[in-house]
Design a protein around this ligand. Sequence first.
Ligand SMILES: [Zn+2]
Length: 410
Amino acid sequence: MLLNNETVRKALDEIRALDETTTRETLTLCQIPAPSHQERKKAEYILKLFLEAGLLDVHMDEVWNVLGRWPGTGGGPTVMLAAHTDTVFPMETDVTVRKEGSRYYCPGINDDTHAVAEIMAVAKAMVKHDLHAKGDILFCANVCEEGLGDLKGVKHIFGHENDIDAFVSVDNPVTGGVVYTATGSRRYHVTFTGSGGHSFSDFGLPNPIHAMGRAIAAISEFQVLDLPKTTFNVGVVNGGTSVNTIASSASLLMDIRSDSDSELERLTEEFRRAIDQAVEDENRRWGPDQPPVKAEVEVKGIRPAGTQSPDYPIVTAAFEAARMLGIQPELRHESSTDANIPISMGIPAIAVGRGGREGGIHTTHEWFEPVEAWLGPQRDLLLVLLLAGLEGCVEPAITRPSGKPAVPAP
Ligand SMILES: [Zn+2]
């Protein structure tokens, strides 16, 4: 039992003692603007924290993910504990921290900045008390989790040769929350173009806005499954210059989501057919002698889908770790996290909740209240030990796929 192990108890106490430091680091970090693709400054600060914590092989990769390793004693799986550095807020957003009562207000303070500070507390506690799991623990502050980032950070990590057997992202508003499914998405930008002209004197030209209207009408009739949940949405339309102009261009942004890759595939094909059909119908309406309307589809984002069972060892380990600390665990159904990428590759992965109280996620009124906030990182520590194992205490919940050599003892 982990809680009976003296070193584990010392490390848990350390995390609690570090609570004020963790809050202070959160406040420093969230005041460094870090929209997706612009996290470099924040990443450089985090790199310093990783080095100070005493992790090994600390480095920043080509896309500004910051990584550090805490070696295992051998014979266990490699577990990555991650939090993301980017926020949804543009560079010019005011990120000055404001305190009201016991709440700190700052855009991005929780999601996912507080989680970055939390995993640092885990690292410091393991280093200080020389607590090694059986497997290596890889600490990672990764870039580009949010919408426009399109999971670039984790795609980079798992797209390269890596030795990661399980992945835990700390990225949920509910401390005991466990996200275990990966909703995939496809995002497209479609531009309809035509010659354009005067609405009266050039009447008879195929019209890009009309073509787009035909496409949206067809899209709105798409049929989808309740399970696996599959959705579609035209979220933004643009185009036209004036009421008496036949527009020369119009565009739409389309979002398709599903827990099933095959449903994503099917709906994407239906979507492309709807666009082609709309263009064909609009051009036929005005005859072959007119300059035709065309449509161009641009891919804006691809997040793969994947499902895991709620009784997978990584999920039950997260429940066990929470219960050891008296935290109520719960399955959450947030759509998409950094765990999507490993899940889609068959690597066990989850996202778990941050410590403390929080609200206003993805708004400029985002707030954090450090109430028993140490429970988050304490749970993270117990979770990585359960997954990677602890010599003489617990066997790893994650088994290394056969054929993979065990990490030699340091
Ligand atoms: Zn997040």
